[in-house]
Design a binder for this molecule. Sequence first.
Ligand SMILES: C[S@@+](CC[C@H](N)C(=O)[O-])C[C@H]1O[C@@H](n2cnc3c(N)ncnc32)[C@H](O)[C@@H]1O
Length: 186
Amino acid sequence: MNRRHNRYCASEEWRDLMVGKVLPWVLEGVDLSGPVLELGPGPGLVTEALVRYGVEDLTSLEIEPGAADRLRDRYGSRVRVMTGDATDMPFEAGAFSTIVCCTMLHHVPTVAAQNAVLGEAHRVIRPGGVMAGSDSRRNLRLWFFHTFDTYNPIDPADFTPRARAAGFADVEMETVDDTFRFRAGA
Ligand SMILES: C[S@@+](CC[C@H](N)C(=O)[O-])C[C@H]1O[C@@H](n2cnc3c(N)ncnc32)[C@H](O)[C@@H]1O
């Protein structure tokens, strides 16, 4: 992420929006009692919320080594922070019962790589598990905000067919204003 974006993802403004509004909507009714995988934690506001929600078995997978190191320093053994690429996850099939994926997919540079993330998510989630997440719809303000950064937003209308093609059977998608949330059941 560029520095401005990184700062924003750690800001009180983002906390109010993501943790205060979007995350409760994303996680409404989602079972967090089994092993949970978070994709793309960045500065970690969602990680922090998942810990506060009482998720006992939490793994966070982050592609940027510096961001992963900072989270590791912060959480020690409380969260298993892994440096790695969600297009090729370093986990056994069926390792997780829930995947949380917020504001991450638009940072994955190509449609093929995003589809690989969905395919890997389906592989590492156990039958009956769910992938829940959110992202932003394409808009000019966000495009500008991602100068010198990856910006490849998914069209919400495409999410369901792409998640089904990745193997998820039961997919829901809902849009409010500039944000969409999704649930994909394995
Ligand atoms: C905008 S931040 C989102 C932070 C947090 N999830 C939130 O919603 O506040 C997106 C994060 O996804 C990470 N990311 C992008 N591509 C990834 C990949 N292929 N595998 C794992 N993490 C990735 C980025 O490095 C960045 O830290």
